[in-house]
Each structure stands twice: as structure tokens, then as C-alpha cells.
Design a protein around this ligand. Structure first.
Ligand code: ZN
Length: 391
């Protein structure tokens, strides 16, 4: 018998308001929306399933109620501990958090959260929620039985894959992964520290892709040094206030490469394989060691995966990954694949956001006429507003 699809919701950060200074602020679901969604699940008798139950359901071992949903959080943001965890506990729900060990803090103390405010020990305004979770907080959440911690690979980064320059590092840009790759020890602090000194202004940004699928191509450093030096001699950070700075750097780099040979080193198959092993097996092992529990699920950062990496993940012991099947299916019968959906903040009014949640959940559950409506919307084409409704 075919099991009915259960929507697996993908959240990231949950906090009172988006932080406009954070480069990924669009990943925040603001608290009023999150609370309304939890209340919606409660009011509409949704059963909140774990990933283990989803797999058992797909395999036909366990049957889940028609109205079921599964909640997941990516990246391991501190606000998951500060806001999401207390609210989930309050509603009697549970969730999975996918973390990348390179972004976890080694701290042994847990920071104040909403529960401390409810008990009068802290003030909501005083809660700190920028940054990433610590192992202590993950341990406490795992121990509670409310949160299950799973893997989001080790690095969650991007690497250059060709010798094509697409941009240059400039002040406050969104090429955050340049800094992540420059010093992995300080990655968990990129939201809270000024890390501008880690990468020199003018550093070329090459065509790149997600670490998992990238075949790295690394420049020998000669061109980078030349451009960085050029920027330094022409005002440093102030150089980027020129309106045509980008054009100027492209032409400086072209002139340099005409006269000098720059060597690019392509990663060998062996090196790629070892890197994948680090991403998949090492992250699993580290989380298992810290939390004393099996890690069975893998979430691909930025959706970067292919059939080979999915097979390798299963080979190193994962039960399932967030690998999709064909792009047109909303749920895969394959129990090794977890298809997820976003539940974005749409509309200021409570009615509009309730309608959106109703539509999105029912469409994913293949309920008439919502599923048919979504197919229709897909055919019409993904204009920006429709795109929000489609996924
Ligand atoms: Zn992520």
C-alpha cells in the first residue's frame, strides 16, 4: 500500500525579527509566524512525527495519521535553543536539527533562553541569539527527547571550481564562504565578530559550487596577491567606493594573466573522495561522540548533492538524506530520500498566513483541490510571488 505523503518542514533561524545586518537574514522565520504555525498544527490536530517515524511510515512498518507533519531546522543557529526549543516543548512537539560540526561552539555552558524568561530568571530583551549552538546546548536538547540532532556535513561551504573570476572580495559582501575557508576555527563566530581581516580585499572570487559536489580548483596565489596589492595601493577599503571598481579589477586581472602564467590545481579523485569522507563520515562520527546516539540522517547544505554522494552517504551508514528524486515529485516513495518544503512568512495578516499554511500543507499532503492548484500554479510558471507558494 502506498503511504500518504507527510510534509517535512524546513526551518532555519527563528527569532523575534530579522537581523538586517546578517547576510542570510532571509533565513529567519520571525517568531509571530513560527508561533502561529505551531498553533495551527495544534488546532488542526496535526501529529508531529520524527524522522524515524517518517522512514517507518514510508517503509509501511508504521502508519502515521493522515494529518502528520515533521519539523526540521538547518544549520544549528543559537536561536533554535533560545526560542524554538522552549516553544516546541511548550506545544508538546519535537523536531530535528541538522548541524555542521565546524559551526558548533565548544562551550560547556548553556545560554539563557525563553524558559528562563518564563520562570522570571531572564528578560526577553536580554536574550542573545546571534550565532551558533554549543555542544552543551545540543546535548541538553537531545537529552530532552524533543530534539534529535543529525548531520548537515562538516563544512557547509563552497569551493572554486574553475579559473573564471565572477567577482572580487569587497567590504560587507556576501561571499562569506571565503572567510569560512580562510580559517575554519572561527567559523562559528562569523555572525558576531568582525572577521574582515581574514580575507584581503580584492581577493578574486572564482566560479564556485557547494563543497559536496565541487571538484576544487585552486589558484597558486600569484594573481590573488597581485590584485590584493593593487587594491591596497589604491586606497584599500576606500577603493570600492569607485563606481567602476569591479570593471577596473577585471581589467587588471586580465592584463596580469596576459603577461604571467597563473597555475590552477585541480583536486584529484582521491582528494575529492577523502574530502567527501570528511564531510559525511566525520560529521556523523563527531555528532555521535558528542551526543552518544546514532546519527542516521544527512541534510545537504544548499541542496548540493548528486546520486554518487547520496549513495556514498548510505554507504557510510546514513539511513536517508535530503536528496530529491525527480524535480516534479513532492514526495518520494524511496525511504532513503527526504523531500522537504519551506513554510515561509507570507502576508502580514493572520488570515493570509493561515490560508497560506493551509494551502502549503494540504498541497504537499496531496489533498484535493490544493495539490491540483499547486500543479496548475507550476504550469503557469514561477513568477516571484508564485514561487513562494509553490515550494
Ligand atoms: Zn544549511
Amino acid at each position: 500500500m502506498k503511504s500518504h505523503p507527510v510534509p517535512i518542514i524546513m526551518y532555519h533561524s527563528v527569532r523575534p525579527a530579522r537581523n538586517p545586518k546578517w547576510v542570510y537574514s532571509h533565513l529567519t522565520l520571525e517568531l509571530p509566524y513560527f508561533i502561529r504555525q505551531l498553533e495551527y498544527f495544534k488546532k488542526n490536530d496535526y501529529y508531529v512525527a520524527s524522522l524515524d517515524e517518517i522512514i517507518a511510515h514510508k517503509k509501511g512498518i508504521k502508519s502515521l495519521p493522515a494529518r502528520s507533519v515533521c519539523l526540521t531546522f538547518d544549520d544549528g543557529y543559537l536561536d533554535n535553543w533560545v526560542f524554538a526549543f522552549p516553544l516546541l516543548r511548550k506545544h508538546g512537539f519535537r523536531a530535528t536539527i541538522f548541524v555542521s560540526p565546524e559551526f558548533i561552539l565548544g562551550e560547556t555552558d548553556v545560554r539563557p533562553n525563553l524558559e528562563d524568561c518564563w520562570s522570571g530568571h531572564s528578560d526577553t530583551a536580554a536574550l542573545v541569539s546571534d550565532g551558533f549552538l554549543s555542544w552543551a546546548e545540543l546535548q541538553e536538547m537531545q537529552k530532552s527527547g524533543i530534539i534529535d540532532v543529525e548531520s548537515h556535513t562538516m563544512t557547509h561551504t563552497f569551493y572554486p571550481i574553475t579559473d573564471q573570476i565572477v567577482d572580487f572580495h569587497y567590504p560587507d559582501d556576501f561571499w562569506i564562504w571565503l572567510k569560512w575557508n580562510a580559517d575554519k576555527m572561527v567559523k562559528p563566530f562569523y555572525m558576531t565578530q568582525d572577521q574582515e581581516g581574514l580575507v584581503s580585499f580584492g581577493t578574486p572570487v572564482y566560479e564556485s559550487s557547494q563543497a559536496i559536489v565541487a571538484r576544487r580548483v585552486d589558484e597558486d596565489g600569484t594573481l590573488t596577491n597581485y590584485i590584493v596589492n593593487y587594491v591596497r595601493l589604491h586606497g584599500g577599503a576606500a577603493f570600492f567606493s569607485r563606481f567602476d571598481w569591479r570593471q577596473e579589477l577585471f581589467s587588471v586581472s586580465q592584463q596580469y594573466t596576459k603577461q604571467h602564467s597563473v597555475v590552477y590545481k585541480r583536486e584529484t579523485e582521491t582528494d575529492y573522495f577523502l574530502r567527501l569522507k570528511y564531510e559525511l563520515a566525520e560529521s556523523k562520527q563527531i555528532i555521535e561522540n558528542h551526543l552518544s546516539k546514532p546519527v542516521s540522517y544527512l541534510c545537504w547544505p544548499n541542496g548540493g548533492w548528486n546520486e554518487d554522494t547520496h549513495a556514498m552517504a548510505l554507504h557510510v551508514g546514513y539511513v536517508a538524506t535530503t536528496a530529491k528524486g525527480s524535480s516534479n515529485v513532492f514526495d518520494s516513495p524511496d525511504p532513503t530520500r527526504l523531500l522537504r518544503m519551506g513554510l515561509h512568512q507570507v502576508g502580514e495578516s493572520k488570515t493570509i498566513s493561515r490560508l497560506f499554511v493551509t494551502y502549503a500543507l494540504n498541497a504537499h499532503r496531496e489533498v484535493w483541490p490544493y495539490a491540483q492548484l499547486r500543479r496548475l500554479l507550476r504550469q503557469v510558471g514561477a513568477t516571484p510571488i508564485l514561487k513562494k507558494l509553490l515550494y
